[in-house]
Design a protein around this ligand. Structure first.
Ligand code: CMP
Length: 142
């Protein structure tokens, strides 16, 4: 089925100047960008986005990292988009990410791991709505 998922290119990858290379991987995988914005998140925005991780030991480091520089946020659309996006990102820990995945190629650690992707249909809908109003989504008409 055609799905949508939320992608974030994190501050480490933005700093490395590889937004275009990562977009190219989305496009080659058949994922279309249907909304996009660059933002330098506030602490409140980052904490709200990662609220499910609030009790995890890495929460404060995660939030500090996510506000350390601008991020590129996009909604991606395509067949089986949620799983496809997770496949091309690779494992959360880049040390375990398969060769050729975004994290294997651009991430250095589990904390600074280049990209975020929604992990399921419910979180995808929730995460897209967190950053984009309905009228900011631009489905293809041709
Ligand atoms: P992300 O998909 O953005 O969701 C939460 C982030 O927390 C995750 O990517 C990692 O970058 C970060 N993180 C740090 N330590 C861990 C851990 N032990 N398990 C899962 N995520 C972690």
């Amino acid at each position: 089925a055609i799905e949508r998922t939320l992608s974030i290119i994190k501050p480490d990858a933005v700093a490395k100047n590889v937004i275009g290379e990562i977009y190219s991987r989305f496009e080659k995988a058949g994922l279309r960008i249907v909304a996009a914005k660059m933002a330098h998140l506030s602490r409140e925005q980052a904490e709200g986005f990662y609220a499910v991780h609030r009790e995890r030991p890495f929460f404060n480091d995660l939030v500090s990292f996510m506000i350390s520089g601008p991020v590129m946020i996009q909604a991606l659309e395509g067949e089986n988009a949620i799983a496809k996006h997770r496949d091309i990102m690779g494992a959360t820990n880049p040390a375990q990410a398969a060769p050729g995945t975004i994290r294997a190629d651009f991430a250095q650690s589990i904390d600074e791991n280049a990209v975020h992707g929604s992990d399921g249909a419910d979180t995808a809908a929730q995460e897209i709505a967190y950053f984009f109003a309905a009228n900011e989504l631009c489905p293809r008409t041709r």
